[in-house]
Write a protein that binds this ligand. Structure first.
Ligand code: CP
Length: 309
């Protein structure tokens, strides 16, 4: 099967293993394209895409916009901060006004869990979830798995530990779904206050000792503490968090093996990861960003093929 089984990309939990294969094979092609002197293909000349960002973003927003432009789509960008949302306009009204300008695909980041699913039921466009609250960030998980596959040859059978603030992370949940779909083993590591109670129901093991977690894994995906989503104190101090869960060169050098270090960004250098680790040859953080463009090109291209003209 060379087509997606879904009509929108709302979350990894809606995908089948074949969808990931199809996305990665298509991304392989686009990765070759974006490394050519002319980095553009005319595939989506007749498609218009709106990028709607109701929450801040650097990587995801720029990566989607570049992916769309590399596919020759027409692109419009919307940031809630400078929009009529500030005057009280609802999500549906905002999106329907944008869609009346003949938009085919909406890429949306929103602070509310399920915002993409809600939109997909009310508007006539393909919806791509670019992050919905603490729920899912499917293209981040796809580019993360794609980067592991590129570095280690495959994801199947690999041991991945996700370290940090699991409770508030959409990256963690989407990664868990994506990695398990591909046959990887997943653990999470962090303060118990930042690990959701339901996590073991997903077949994920919890390890609260960072050294043991790193000794077990092939890959550590390190997450930022999301202070902006916290309304109470989850640990005594940032200093203590860094002492117990921060990844530094000394910890890595004492493992006796070389693990792969990932981070979705933005990084809080010196908190969850030191600069000498983030910038080391074990880190594939910038490869993740590079691969994000090819993976997003693949997702957009595959969904656009379903649009009847
Ligand atoms: N990884 C990620 O989603 O980064 P941004 O918030 O900058 O888009």
């Amino acid at each position: 099967m060379s087509e997606l089984s879904v009509e929108h990309l709302l979350g990894i939990k809606y995908l089948k293993p074949n969808d990931i294969d199809v996305i990665f094979k298509t991304a392989d092609h686009f990765k070759e394209v974006i490394n050519r002197p002319i980095k553009k293909v005319p595939s989506l000349r007749d498609i218009t895409i709106a990028n709607l960002f109701f929450e801040n973003s650097t990587r995801t927003k720029l990566s989607f916009e570049l992916a769309e432009k590399r596919l020759s789509a027409d692109v419009i960008n919307f940031s809630a901060g400078q929009s009529s949302v500030k005057k009280g306009e609802t999500l549906i009204d905002t999106v329907n006004n944008i869609l009346s300008m003949k938009v085919d695909i909406v890429v949306m980041r929103h602070g509310n869990v399920g915002a993409g699913v809600f939109l997909s039921k009310h508007v006539n466009a393909k919806i791509i979830n670019a992050g919905d609250g603490t729920h899912e960030h499917p293209t981040q998980a796809l580019l993360d798995s794609y980067s592991i596959r590129e570095k280690l040859g495959s994801v199947k059978g690999k041991k991945i530990v996700i370290v940090g603030d699991i409770l508030h992370s959409r990256v963690a949940l989407s990664n868990i779904f994506a990695l398990q779909l591909q046959g990887a083993k997943v653990k999470v590591c962090g303060p118990t206050t930042l690990i959701p109670k339901y996590i073991t129901n997903l077949g994920v093991e919890v390890e609260t000792n960072l050294k043991k977690a790193l000794e077990w894994c092939d890959v550590a995906n390190v997450l930022r503490v999301q202070h902006e989503r916290m309304d109470i104190k989850y640990f005594p101090s940032t200093r203590e968090y860094t002492q117990l869960f921060g990844i530094n060169k000394e910890i890595l050098d004492n493992l006796g093996k070389k693990i792969v270090i990932m981070h979705p960004g933005p990084i809080n250098r010196g908190v969850e990861i030191t600069s000498d680790v983030a910038d080391s040859d074990q880190s594939i953080i910038l490869n993740q960003v590079e691969n994000g463009v090819a993976v997003r090109m693949a997702v957009i291209y595959l969904l656009a093929q379903q649009i009847k003209r």
